[in-house]
Design a protein around this ligand. Structure first.
Ligand code: GDD
Ligand code: MN
Length: 409
């Protein structure tokens, strides 16, 4: 093996593995050592318009609305707007019926033709009258306190977007569920730490809140409405955060094909949002100096090194017994330590899905009207885990107070 190849292998290793690992280590420290640095004005209960975009969600819409109305927030302060885009099932009728029977303030806005989620959200926005706007996908559910906790952060005028953290519903023994847990544990550290520093570029359409007057609309030409909206707020000089006490649940598709399809599309939409807001790489906040360049690198550049690094590693292992020995020992160590194992699984699956996402984007398929994942719309109602959350004025002072008491078996 020539010294040149060895030097290339080491450089690729540093870029591929070293940089993300170093970032994760730094961010882990930040999660436990910093708080959100917010100036909360507690006790306010502004009116909230909750927009639920739907396309053929008859199987879950009632559970969704029931879950929203179980939130710990005053009923008279909430209006729910279901925006249905030409569903061929009876989503609209079911939602309308729900409002009639429950007496909750709500409406169904219908688009004759499906033009994509952001177009639907914009239509819902036009009909909204709340001081705050909250978007939420149909097949996810919220923790009872999620809405109240999210609203609290917007009492700080420097915050423009508040999103939450995903608590995957665990199905023990199902590989995709295990992988999702690993991925989310890493993902959550990054989102919370970035939010504590300034902002995180990634947001979740499962729950995301804004002040109505600051929200100009959703860009219909790119996917990743949630991430795009967060980046828009950062462009306005506001912060976009993911709060650790704003928790939502969403099932993970068990079949790897569905999972791959979903992750690739989500990754591609994140890329589209990042590219649309690439000017933020040149801003003046800590977000522009540090967080966004790093996330840009992780999503758009790092995956490109994955296959060359893998190929070179195999070549080197075949020619150097010493390196073979070291790499085998390292791999065994990684597999034995749960945190390292999570990191490794996340690393490999993410690189592969992001590679596919980049290829798909290069092929020009924007995927603005995607095929939903039926497995994520279970016929039977899912029991949500109960969460223990310490109530406190600034939850940032109590990192990781989230403890599922019980998880679905
Ligand atoms: N009104 C409307 N019009 N709603 C739509 C349309 C549309 O054309 N297409 C999808 N939706 C709704 C779905 O009915 C669902 O409520 C929500 O958008 C999210 O769609 P899912 O099929 O559940 O996708 P996901 O869970 O993978 O979505 C994630 O990635 C998206 C970007 O790819 C979430 O993070 C979304 O918030 C995000 O937009
Ligand atoms: Mn979803």
């Amino acid at each position: 093996m020539s010294p040149l190849l060895q030097a290339l292998w080491i450089s690729l290793g540093v870029a591929q593995l070293g940089v993300p690992l170093a970032y994760l280590v730094v961010m882990r420290r930040i999660v436990s050592s910093r708080n959100y640095h917010v100036n909360l004005n507690l006790g306010q209960e502004p009116t909230v318009s909750i927009l639920v975009p739907t396309y053929n969600e008859a199987g879950v819409i009632e559970t969704k609305l029931e879950n929203i109305v179980r939130s710990d927030y005053p009923r008279e302060k909430v209006e729910i707007i279901v925006v249905d885009s030409g569903s061929s099932d009876n989503t609209s009728e079911l939602a309308q019926n729900f409002f009639k029977l429950s007496g909750w303030k709500g409406m169904v806005v219908e688009e004759a033709e499906r033009k994509g989620k952001p177009v639907g959200l914009n239509l819902g926005l036009k009909h909204s009258s709340g001081e705050l706007v909250c978007i939420s996908d149909a097949e996810c559910q919220w923790d009872k306190e999620a809405l109240r906790n999210a609203v609290k952060y917007l009492s700080d005028p420097s915050i423009g977007s508040v999103s939450g953290v995903h608590q995957p519903l665990k199905s023990p023994g199902v590989l995709s569920s295990e992988i999702e847990h690993s991925y989310r544990s890493v993902y959550r550290i990054l989102r919370i730490a970035e939010s504590k520093i300034h902002s995180t570029p990634l947001a979740e359409g499962e729950i995301q809140l804004f002040r109505r007057r600051e929200l100009t609309g959703f860009d219909p030409t790119v996917g990743g409405d949630d991430t795009c909206a967060a980046l828009c707020m950062i462009e306005k000089g506001l912060r976009a955060i993911s709060a650790q006490d704003v928790v939502f649940f969403e099932p993970t598709p068990a079949a790897w094909q569905s999972r791959l399809r979903q992750k690739t599309r989500r990754g591609q939409h994140i890329l589209q949002a990042f590219l649309r807001h690439k000017n933020l790489l040149f801003g003046r906040s800590p977000f522009s100096h540090f967080i966004f360049p790093m996330e840009f690198y992780l999503y758009a550049v790092n995956p490109l090194f994955f296959l060359p690094f893998l190929a070179l590693t195999i070549l080197i292992l075949a020619t150097s017994p010493l390196i073979l020995y070291l790499v085998t020992a390292g791999t065994i160590l990684v597999l034995l330590v749960p945190d390292l194992r999570s990191g490794a699984i996340t690393y490999v699956t993410n690189n592969l899905t992001m590679l596919l996402a980049i290829l798909q984007e290069l092929r020009g398929e924007k995927q603005l009207r995607w095929k939903k994942i039926d497995e994520n719309r279970p016929k039977v109602r899912i029991e949500l885990p109960q969460l223990v959350q310490k109530r406190c004025a600034d939850p940032g002072k109590h990192p990781f107070t989230l403890n599922p008491l019980s998880e679905r078996g």
